[in-house]
Design a protein around this ligand. Structure first.
Ligand code: ADP
Ligand code: MG
Length: 249
């Protein structure tokens, strides 16, 4: 049997990440690693730092301490579009597409701005992506005319247009109906099956359960648990945090 790879050999290695807002530590020393084709769930009560974690890994916020290593490179203060070109992209908890641009224009713009080095581009490619995400019938509609489920699909299309190797997913399942949830879970599982690494922030544990068994639980900017989802639901501290905090669905 080959030895476990050390965390620095993995596609993503987050090491003691700290993010402060004023004197408040939204991330207080978070560490984990993720390899190609793996799905890691990130759960925790509202305000525990999940979105801040995604914002810091994607380059929206420079970290105040610790490091993010991706494909062997320490990312430092590299901005989001440069990270996208290296192969990191994300979806947003509240998608904000360019409202007056069409679906196709939004996706094309993302591709032009952040496509990974060496990944091919082109209109055919974007058309294929829109079809895959069931957005082909909406391609010429303005983003502001989409409903919230369609905006989530667009946000995912925008992220995928850059051909990421690591996709950070922030509450993509919220607001989807059961059929949409099932298709979204299949879609994310297929991406991981194709070798993409996924960090999935999600309140809907049933959705997460279809994608992965491995989760990190956060509370107040710290990781309080790492293990399987079923172990997490039986862990005393995890249960206390969820029962004492806000409802997590
Ligand atoms: P979660 O996604 O787990 O609900 P967040 O990462 O959004 O939590 O927020 C973690 C904490 O950091 C919260 O207390 C939030 O108010 C605070 N926070 C997040 N972003 C900012 C910001 N840009 N400025 C100030 N405080 C922030
Ligand atoms: Mg959040």
């Amino acid at each position: 049997m080959s030895p476990e790879p050390s965390s620095s050999d993995r596609l993503l290695a987050v090491d003691r990440l700290v993010k402060r807002f004023g004197g408040f530590r939204a991330l207080d020393g978070v560490s984990f690693a993720l390899g190609a084709g793996e799905v890691l769930g990130l759960v925790g009560p509202n305000g525990s730092g999940k979105t801040t974690c995604i914002n810091t890994i994607s380059g929206l916020y420079p970290p105040d301490g610790g490091a993010v290593r991706f494909a062997g490179q320490t990312l430092g203060g590299l901005p989001p579009h440069r990270r996208a070109r290296l192969g990191i992209n994300r979806t947003f908890q509240s998608p904000r597409p360019f409202a007056s641009l069409t679906v196709r224009q939004n996706v094309a713009l993302a591709a032009a701005y952040g496509r990974r080095h060496g990944a091919d581009a082109g209109p055919a490619d974007i058309a294929a992506l829109l079809a895959e995400l069931e957005l082909d019938g909406l391609a010429e509609r303005r983003a502001e005319d989409l409903n919230s489920a369609q905006q989530k699909q667009l946000d995912l299309a925008r992220a995928l247009a850059t051909r990421p190797r690591l996709l950070l997913v922030d509450e993509l399942a919220a607001g989807l109906n059961p059929a949409e949830l099932a298709r979204m879970a299949e879609r994310l599982a297929a991406l991981a099956g194709g070798g993409m690494a996924l960090l999935v922030v999600e309140h809907l544990l049933g959705f997460l359960d279809r994608l992965t068994d491995r989760v990190i639980v956060m509370n107040a900017g710290r990781e309080i648990f790492e293990g399987t989802l079923s172990e997490a639901t039986r862990d005393g501290e995890v249960v206390r945090v969820f029962l004492g905090g806000e409802h997590v669905g």
